[in-house]
Structure formats: structure tokens, C-alpha cells
Write a protein that binds this ligand. Structure first.
Ligand code: FAD
Length: 497
């Protein structure tokens, strides 16, 4: 309520925020979580909470009147369509040169992501977080995060013959024939549930293609893991449809946090202020960076240092499709949860996940999301005239990512006698180089903060999400975000409370 006082306030309910809330609550601290998105616990007109990937409706996009699909075209037809403006689940946030996809709602990115739960190879970790003790991460915090997230690997015996993973096995065949290491990747989908979906004994979710706009069953998203355990402590309150707009030092100590209450049309229906002894920024790389950049530039948090807004990267994301021969069908039925990837990180700087194209028809296409080693880093800055935070990323900066992905797919195409698809991202366009699913950085650990996420200049303010990670994790990021949050909150609870 307006005017309340809370010991700990967490901005955002994604991975970082959920770890902070659970650990603080278990340490006896009352926590208030503020989330701009909805709570996603009420069925819509079709009886389901979440919309299907192939049938976007008002629930699908954050405050847009037209969809903005990551794959904009198919067989020459544009896919986007008009939808009613609503506080939907997937935000396609546009900056100059890049569209950044993010989850909106209680559970953040866990609501919309592919559930691939990958721990980086130990030998790559030093390049990811150089100031962090890798022995502790691999001995304590990665195992803790993987256990708490419910990470597991699909049963390979079942996978080998499941119709819904024919696309992944075709991906393996092509990778191995060209001499690339192919790996099964852990995930947070309930693999037993998936086998039951395939057997037809439970309602389908991954086999209905559900992913981008939420999974109605099967995926162990944060509301089923960390946030459920946080709620069970009785010490955590979540306010959905509340967007934090300011965090300022309060006269009597602590911080005044101002937030706007939204209706589902996105209108502000109330403005509230609470005071908090400690504030955890967990609004995601973009959300946290935007808040901190503006609060520093406008003098609200003058003690923040010059690293705020810097070190932002796209995790080297680039997408492409390959057109297969007619004898290499990838299957009409494709599980929406990826399980495998091509690991050419060491030799070529690319890890390519074999991604589904759950269209319901045979496409003869192999589709890939590559995570690549890309050296470019962008910065957020405050555009006072426009009254908004801007990002100086450029589309041309994806070139090193395209080059890295080509170390895999040029060779596979040459070996298989196949070509790239040119119909998925607009006419004659091979590369999906206009987007990222993996925003990282903007308040980098040990630069914008100390080595545990404490912001410089303002005691009691912390960053605990993907903005701590300097632009690349070499694999999909949420396990690393979760493990780093586990490491940092343990230190903060032990020394600051
Ligand atoms: P988030 O999970 O983004 O949470 C931040 C939360 O803060 C959001 O709920 C947001 O609504 C809220 N918020 C923002 N600003 C405010 C504000 N001002 N006030 C109140 N609330 C606010 N990663 C993987 O590891 N594996 C995958 O398979 C994978 N697939 C993906 C697929 C898609 C389509 C997308 C979009 C992402 C995918 N990711 C994947 C990335 C992963 O989901 C993110 O890296 C992760 O969610 C980031 O965690 P976070 O804690 O930093 O922030």
C-alpha cells in the first residue's frame, strides 16, 4: 500500500529477483516484490492461461497493437497481425538496431523461454565472470541453482525414437557428418510429462508448440519453483501490474520507491510510494539498466559510478534456417522445448541450439539459434530531449556472430548440398540479426557494482539479475544468472543484514 515501509523491496520477479526473495525470506526478512507484468494465473476466453505460439492474441505481446514475431515471415508470407493492446507476456522492446525480447509477468523470462538450462563449460567461465571464484561457482552455486530450478536431461532412449524430436536428430546427423560435436542439453521441462504428452495421456503443451507466449503445462517456470517456495515462507508479497519508476534516498534512511499501478490496457491507474531499507534491482538487463541510467543521469542517485549502462551485449544471438532435402524431413510434430545443440565454441566461437519450428506442417527446414562470441558491447544513455533511455547498438555489430555461425552452417550446407532458407526473416534475408533473446549487462559485476552486486555510492542498493553479466555467457544464460544470484545473496545476507 501507498506509504508502507518494507525491509526489502525487489524490483522484478525473474531469476535474479526470485532467488533474492526466497533467500531473504528464509533468512527471516519480509520481502515485497514489484512486477510490471501480470500474474498469469487466470484462464482466458479459451479456458487456457497462455496463448498458443501459432495463434497469438491479446495475451501474447506487451502493449502492442500488432504482433512482432521473431520469425517475421514464412514461405514468403508475413506472419504479423493486429491484436488488442494488452499487458501481454512477451515484450518485443525496440532500440536502435535491435529488438530485445523479454518476458513480462510474475516469473519474468521463465514464462516465455525455451527452458534450456545450460551451465557454461568450466574453461569458458573465466571469460564470462573474471572476478568470480570459479571453484565456488562449480562446486556450490551452479549445483544449487540447477537443483532449485529442477534442471534435468531428456531420457535419451525415448528421445532417439520420439517423433517430436525428429528435427533434433536430423540436426545431429548433419552436425556429425560435418564433424561437429553435438550435445544433448539439459532443460527445465518436466520430461516425464512430455513423454505422457506424446502418449496422449495428458493435455499437450510442448507438443502443442507452446513456448513464446507461455506453457500451460510441463515447464517448470519460476512460479512453480523459486516463487512457490518463496510464497510458502509467508514472508513474500508480490504486486503484479506495478511498474517501478524511481528509487531515491529517503530522508530518514533507506529509499523511497515510486511505482505506477497499471491496468491491462497499460494505463496508469495510481501512483504509489513506499520506503524500503534495501532495494534489489532485478528488472532484467534492460529494465535494471534503464532505471539506473535514468536515475543517475537525472541526479536522483548521484553516487552511482560511470559504469552504469555500460557493457551491454546480446549474448551473440543470431538465427538462421537451412532448407533440407525432401528425404530429410524434420517432422510435422515438433516439441517446442529444444534439447540439443552443436558445440563449435572452441574452434569457431558458436554454440548453435537446434530449435523447433512448431508450425504443425512439414517444413523440410532446420532452424537454429546460435550463441556466438561477439566482442561488441553497447551502452545505455539518457536522452533528455526525448525523455527516454536509448541504446547505441548497431545491426552491423552482428557480423562477427554471422561469421561465427557460418563456421558451422556453411560447412554443413557444403557437405549436405543444401542452402540457407531466405524466407524466415523477410524476403531474401538469411540471418535473423535484428534481435536478441538474451540481453546481458548494463550494470556489470565488479564495475558498476562491487564483486557481489552492491551498487557503488548508495549502501542498501543491489543489482541481482542479468545486468551483472558482461554481455555473453557462451551458452543460454538463465542458469548462470540464477547461480550468480545465489552466490551474491548468500554473501549479502551473511554480511549486510
Ligand atoms: P527477467 O527474467 O527478464 O525478469 C525481469 C522482470 O522484471 C520481468 O518480469 C519484468 O517484467 C520485470 N520488470 C522490468 N522492469 C520493471 C519495472 N520497472 N518495474 C517492475 N518490474 C519490472 N535463457 C536460457 O537460459 N535458456 C533458454 O532456453 C532461453 N530461451 C529464451 C527464449 C525467449 C523467447 C526469451 C525472451 C528469453 C530466453 N532466455 C533463455 C533468456 C532468459 O529468459 C533470460 O536471460 C532471463 O529471464 C533473465 O533473467 P533476469 O532475472 O535477468 O530478468
Amino acid at each position: 500500500p501507498d506509504g508502507a515501509h518494507v525491509p526489502a523491496l525487489v524490483i522484478g520477479t525473474g531469476y535474479g529477483g526470485s532467488v533474492a526473495a526466497l533467500r531473504l525470506a528464509r533468512a527471516g526478512v519480509d520481502v515485497h516484490m514489484i512486477e510490471m507484468g501480470m500474474s498469469w494465473d487466470t484462464p482466458g476466453p479459451d479456458g487456457k492461461v497462455f496463448a498458443n505460439t501459432t495463434r497469438p492474441d491479446h495475451r501474447s505481446f506487451w502493449l502492442r497493437t500488432r504482433t512482432k514475431q521473431p520469425l517475421s515471415d514464412f514461405l514468403g508470407f508475413p506472419l504479423d497481425k493486429d491484436v488488442p493492446r494488452y499487458t501481454g507476456i512477451l515484450d518485443a522492446e525496440e532500440f536502435g538496431g535491435i529488438t530485445v525480447y523479454q518476458g513480462r509477468g510474475v516469473g519474468g523470462g521463465s514464462l516465455v523461454n525455451g527452458g534450456m538450462a545450460v551451465t557454461p563449460r568450466r574453461e569458458n567461465f573465466g571469460a564470462v565472470l573474471p572476478s568470480v571464484n570459479a571453484d565456488e561457482m562449480y562446486g556450490i552455486y551452479y549445483p544449487r541453482a540447477n537443483a532449485a530450478l529442477g534442471v534435468g536431461v531428456v531420457d535419451q532412449g525415448w528421445w532417439e525414437s520420439a517423433a517430436c524430436y525428429q528435427y533434433a536428430r536430423v540436426g545431429r546427423k548433419h552436425a556429425e557428418r560435418s564433424g561437429f560435436p553435438f550435445v544433448l542439453v539439459p532443460g527445465v521441462y518436466d520430461w516425464d510429462y512430455l513423454e505422457q504428452e506424446a502418449a496422449g495421456t495428458v493435455p499437450a503443451s510442448a507438443l502443442e508448440g507452446e513456448v513464446l507466449f507461455g506453457n500451460n503445462h510441463g515447464k517448470k517456470s519460476l512460479p512453480k519453483t523459486y516463487l512457490a517456495r518463496a510464497a510458502a515462507t509467508g514472508r513474500v508479497v508480490i504486486s503484479p501490474l506495478h511498474k517501478v519508476t524511481s528509487v531515491a534516498p529517503a530522508g530518514g534512511g533507506g529509499y523511497t520507491v515510486v511505482m505506477e499501478q497499471l491496468n491491462t490496457g497499460g494505463d496508469v491507474t495510481a501512483v504509489k510510494a513506499v520506503t524500503a531499507d534495501r532495494v534489489f534491482f532485478a528488472a532484467g538487463s534492460v529494465g535494471t539498466s534503464k532505471l539506473l541510467t535514468r536515475l543517475k543521469a537525472t541526479g536522483v542517485l548521484p553516487g552511482l559510478n560511470g559504469e552504469i549502462g555500460k557493457g551491454w551485449g546480446d549474448n551473440g544471438n543470431v538465427m538462421c534456417g537451412r532448407a533440407n532435402h525432401m528425404w530429410d524431413a524434420t517432422g510435422r510434430l515438433q516439441a517446442s522445448m529444444p534439447t540439443a545443440g552443436i558445440d563449435n565454441w572452441q574452434a569457431g566461437g558458436a554454440f548453435a541450439e537446434v530449435a523447433p519450428l512448431p508450425t504443425g506442417i512439414e517444413t523440410y527446414a532446420s532452424f537454429y539459434l546460435s550463441i556466438t562470441r561477439n566482442p561488441h558491447r553497447a551502452a545505455f544513455s539518457w536522452d533528455a530531449a526525448a525523455g527516454k533511455v536509448v541504446l547505441d547498438w548497431r545491426t552491423a555489430w552482428k557480423q562477427p556472430s554471422i561469421d561465427a555461425a557460418r563456421t558451422i552452417f556453411d560447412r554443413i550446407n557444403a557437405k549436405e548440398g543444401t542452402i540457407y532458407r531466405t524466407d524466415l526473416f523477410g524476403a531474401y534475408k538469411i540471418w535473423g540479426d535484428h534481435l536478441t533473446y538474451h540481453p546481458l549487462g548494463g550494470a556489470v559485476l565488479n564495475r558498476a557494482t562491487d564483486n557481489y552486486g552492491r551498487l557503488h555510492g548508495h549502501p542498501g542498493l543491489y543489482v541481482i539479475d542479468g545486468s551483472l553479466i558482461p554481455g555473453n555467457t557462451s551458452v543460454n544464460p538463465f542458469v548462470t544468472i540464477t547461480a550468480l544470484a545465489e552466490r551474491n545473496i548468500e554473501k549479502i545476507i551473511a554480511t549486510d543484514l
